[in-house]
Design a protein around this ligand. Structure first.
Ligand code: ZN
Length: 134
């Protein structure tokens, strides 16, 4: 299954838990594994307590690790000045695997699935959800 998300880019962090949960519900699977991925090298998928304070904290920490303003070899080589976005994606990774039990995703009470678009422009992203029974 796939669904799409419109983003603002520049480390736009979006809660995709409702979309993924809905796909699992419709699949009628009871026990298994769910793989969520974003085909692309400038996006990330992780889990976080999705509240505005932490969303801002995550953005600040990522800005320290891979600043947008820094000079990247990628920009010199390709003129494509989103080196920071590729580095952030490599660190956070554009995929996530979660268990499914009793027909539901296994997540903590305050834990949500966060899709992050690091790219330096707004984008429409396809998110792929694969469910394996077992
Ligand atoms: Zn690039």
């Amino acid at each position: 299954m796939r669904f799409s998300v419109s983003t603002k880019g520049f480390t736009d962090i979006i809660d995709i838990t409702p979309e993924v949960s809905d796909i699992i519900k419709k699949s009628k699977i009871k026990e298994g594994i769910c793989s969520i991925s974003c085909p692309g090298s400038t996006c990330g998928i992780t889990t976080i307590e999705y509240e505005s304070g932490l969303i801002e904290d995550l953005k600040r920490i990522l800005e320290k690790i891979a600043p947008m303003s820094k000079d990247y070899e990628h920009c010199k080589k390709w003129g494509d000045c989103n080196g920071y976005a590729h580095i952030r994606s490599a660190l956070l990774r554009p995929f996530l695997t979660l268990p499914i039990e009793k027909g539901r995703l296994v997540l903590g009470t305050w834990q949500q699935i966060a899709f992050i678009d690091f790219d330096n422009r707004p984008r429409k992203r396809e998110i792929l959800v694969k469910i394996i029974s077992g």
